[in-house]
Every structure is written in structure tokens, then in C-alpha cells.
Design a protein around this ligand. Structure first.
Ligand code: NAD
Ligand code: IPM
Ligand code: MN
Length: 368
């Protein structure tokens, strides 16, 4: 069965390394489950800059608009640090998010039992944790105008603008409430309404959407700084957190450490439904290109593999197959397979990126 189309953008650094394992898993679904994905591949980030002089070619942008799901590895790295801002690798990713209008970025943080002792927090704080951060992804200070570096009174001034319209807030709030209804039915909205007008509007609009459309969902509000503190104090108080672009970036990296490693966190970036009813979608690990471990076979591919599981669930309506893949990951971790980022005992031999892929494929085979 033609299961749908996927554009793979491996990107830079460990991006291609972790994506190689995802490719094997996509093939497994074709061979063993009859889900034949139509897969194409292209360049993004520094890899695209090296060939095209821009971090995302127009043709690649067009391809991304035409597929059911984009899978992205990671972009960036020291080689590109001195490039002009307009062509930095990260701009390629931001262009994809903006032009595909992927306003709802779902960043689940789940602590697998086998890793509960590995988190930097105590076992009882993280064991059984399952929260979902919904980060607004197409607006806020990442995109607001005016922006730039200007001359003013004989010195330079750097400017970025936090800007949110009511409709931008309302649509991401709806995404959060919809998700909450399928989970623990609880949303906590985070902003800084105590110091920012955009925060005041954020709080008002989230409350209004709640009262008019989702009164059955439990809603609370928290200042984002206190939210960061609560996330490390007692994260299990949360179910769904909805927040803006910048706070969501920070809070999701904080949440990563609840799960043991940044190498564990997947994400889905979703937009409005396309003509075929599927949402515009891009899936990527939360982590970056990890220049410190690139090319050494040390990267943990789980974040990228779990991002594909999210694609199965949210783009391809294959919830049971997504469960199968998540269970395979859980089993491999329970069996003690560990990439170096998941190890702290001296003397234990770590698994390579490929070993981890092999183990997950074996667990998938065993699930049949
Ligand atoms: P990073 O996420 O690349 O790395 C932070 C730390 O986590 C490093 O020590 C790294 O080795 C480790 N790490 C990350 N992913 C891992 C994995 N899968 N397995 C094992 N260890 C892992 O963040 P950074 O160092 O701040 O940024 C490096 C580059 O990546 C920068 O150019 C940044 O802009 C870019 N970046 C890209 C994305 C993205 O493509 N979505 C996200 C974050 C950062
Ligand atoms: C992320 C990254 C990106 C962001 C960068 C690479 C543009 O940190 O996806 O979390 O800031 O959104
Ligand atoms: Mn980030």
C-alpha cells in the first residue's frame, strides 16, 4: 500500500547519522508491514549552503510543500558560524517552519522507566513522566519586526520584537486543548503577563478560547520563569504546556533533561490541514547537529526515530504502528542498550548509533 510521501532532509553534523537509522526503519515498515512510503531526499542547512549558497533552495521549499511529511535531522555547526546571518543554516529551518506555517510544535517529554535513574533529577521526580509541550513556532520574537542591528547615537543596537496577534495565539491554544482532551485533560499556559503586553494578550486569548470552546479542559496560567522552576521541581504536575516560540525553545530543552538526554526528545511541527486532510507537517529531533560528537558513531538516534513515530501517528494515521515503534524503543532501553549519552557507569561498552538502530530493528522484528 502506498502509505504516503516523505521528504528527508538529513542536514548537518549528526543529522545524516541519525537519519540513516530512520531510513532503515522506514524500509522495515515497507518490507514487514506493507507500508510503502514514497521517500525523497534533499539538502538543508549548511549542506545546502555548500551546494547552493543558501540554506534552503527554492526547489526544496516547493518539494516540502508538496509531501505528506518532512523529516529533518539537524542543521548548523561551527563551519558555518561566521556566515552572514541571512544564509546561516538555521535560517533554512526557520524558512521551512514559516512558509509551511507550522504553528504548533509538539514536544513530548516522556521518561522511559529504564532511564529514570539516569536523569539528573531523582527517580521519583521523573519516573512515569509524560508531558507535552506545545510551542508556538511561526511567530513571536523569532519573526517579529522591527529586527536587526542598527546604528543609534554612535553605537550599535540589536533589536528583536515579540509580537503576537490574537489569531496566532488562539490557533495554538486550540491545538493544546485538543491534545489535552486525548491525554490528561489539563493545560498550563506559560507567558510573562507580569512584564510583557504580549503576555497579557496571550493569557486573555488562551482563557477566552478555553471558556468558549474547551470549558471541560482544566486550564491554569503560570509565569514562564516559575514554569521553568516547576518543571524541574515537580514536572508530573503538568499534562500539556502551551507557550510561545522562545519560552517553548528554552522549556523544551529543560524538559529534555527530565528524560535523561537531549538525544531522546522528538518533535512534530504541525500546520493547517492540506487538501488530503493531513496536516502540513515536519518532524525533527529537538537536539541540534552536536558538532562535538559528529562522525564518531556516538549519536543517539532515538529522538529522530521517535520523531518518525510521531509522523506515523499524526501524518499517516498509523497510531498502532507508532505504538509498536515506541514500544520497540522502550524494550531496547529496558534491555540495557545505551548510546554514550545514556551511560554514566565506567566500564560499560556503549552502543554505537548503528548498534542502537540494529537493536530497535530487532525489537520491531520481535514484535511481529
Ligand atoms: P546540540 O543539541 O547540537 O548539542 C548539545 C549537547 O547535546 C552536545 O553535547 C551534544 O553532543 C549533545 N547531543 C545532542 N544531540 C545528541 C544525540 N542525538 N545523541 C547524543 N548526544 C547529543 O546543541 P548546540 O551544541 O547548542 O548546537 C549545535 C548546533 O546545532 C548549532 O549550530 C545550533 O544552532 C544547531 N541546532 C540545531 C537544531 C535543529 O536543527 N533543530 C536544534 C538545536 C541546535
Ligand atoms: C530548536 C532549535 C532552533 C530554534 C534553531 C536551530 C533555529 O534550537 O528547534 O529547538 O531555536 O527553534
Ligand atoms: Mn532549541
Amino acid at each position: 500500500m502506498n502509505a504516503g510521501s516523505i521528504l528527508i532532509l538529513p542536514g548537518d553534523g549528526i543529522g545524516p547519522e541519525v537519519m540513516a537509522e530512520v531510513r532503515r526503519i522506514i524500509s522495515w515498515y515497507g518490507d514487514k508491514r506493507g507500508l510503502e512510503f514514497e521517500v525523497s531526499e534533499d539538502l538543508v542547512g549548511g549542506a545546502a549552503y555548500d551546494v547552493h549558497g543558501v540554506p534552503l533552495a527554492d526547489e526544496t521549499m516547493e518539494k516540502a510543500q508538496g509531501v505528506d511529511a518532512v523529516l529533518l535531522g539537524a542543521v548548523g555547526g561551527p563551519k558555518y558560524d561566521d556566515l552572514d546571518f541571512s544564509v546561516k543554516p538555521e535560517r533554512g529551518l526557520l524558512r521551512l517552519r514559516k512558509e509551511m506555517d507550522l504553528y504548533a510544535n509538539l514536544r513530548p517529554a516522556q521518561c522511559f522507566d529504564a532511564l529514570a535513574d539516569f536523569s539528573s533529577l531523582k527517580r521519583e521526580v521523573v519516573a512515569g513522566l509524560d508531558i507535552m509541550i506545545v510551542r508556538e513556532l511561526t511567530s513571536g520574537v523569532y519573526f517579529g519586526e522591527p529586527r536587526g542591528i542598527f546604528e543609534e547615537n554612535g553605537e550599535r543596537v540589536g533589536i528583536n520584537t515579540q509580537r503576537y496577534t490574537e489569531s496566532e495565539i488562539a490557533r495554538v491554544a486550540r491545538s493544546a486543548f485538543e491534545l489535552a482532551r486525548k491525554r490528561g485533560n489539563k493545560v498550563c499556559s506559560m507567558e510573562k503577563a507580569n512584564v510583557m503586553e504580549s503576555g497579557i494578550l496571550w493569557r486573555e486569548v488562551v482563557q477566552k478560547v478555553h471558556d468558549e470552546e474547551y470549558p471541560d479542559v482544566e486550564l491554569s496560567h503560570m509565569y514562564a520563569d516559575a514554569g521553568g522552576m516547576q518543571l524541574t521541581r515537580w514536572p508530573k504536575q503538568f499534562d500539556v504546556i502551551v507557550t510561545d516560540n522562545l519560552f517553548g525553545d528554552l522549556l523544551s530543552d529543560v524538559a529534555a533533561m527530565l528524560t535523561g538526554s537531549l538525544g531522546m526528545l522528538p518533535s512534530a511541527s504541525l500546520g493547517a490541514p492540506m487538501a488530503n486532510g493531513r496536516p502540513k507537517a515536519l518532524y525533527e529531533p529537538v537536539h541540534g547537529s552536536a558538532p562535538d560528537i559528529t562522525g564518531q558513531g556516538k549519536a543517539n538516534p532515538i529522538a529522530c526515530i521517535l520523531s518518525f513515530a510521531m509522523a506515523l501517528r499524526y501524518s499517516f494515521d498509523q497510531g498502532e504502528e507508532a505504538d509498536r515503534l515506541e514500544k520497540a524503543v522502550e524494550k531496547v532501553l529496558a534491555d540495557g542498550v545505551r548510546t554514550p549519552d545514556l551511560l554514566n557507569e565506567e566500564g560499560k561498552t556503549p552502543a554505537s548509533t548503528r548498534d542502537m538502530g540494529d537493536a530497535i530493528l530487532a525489537a520491531l522484528d520481535a514484535s511481529l
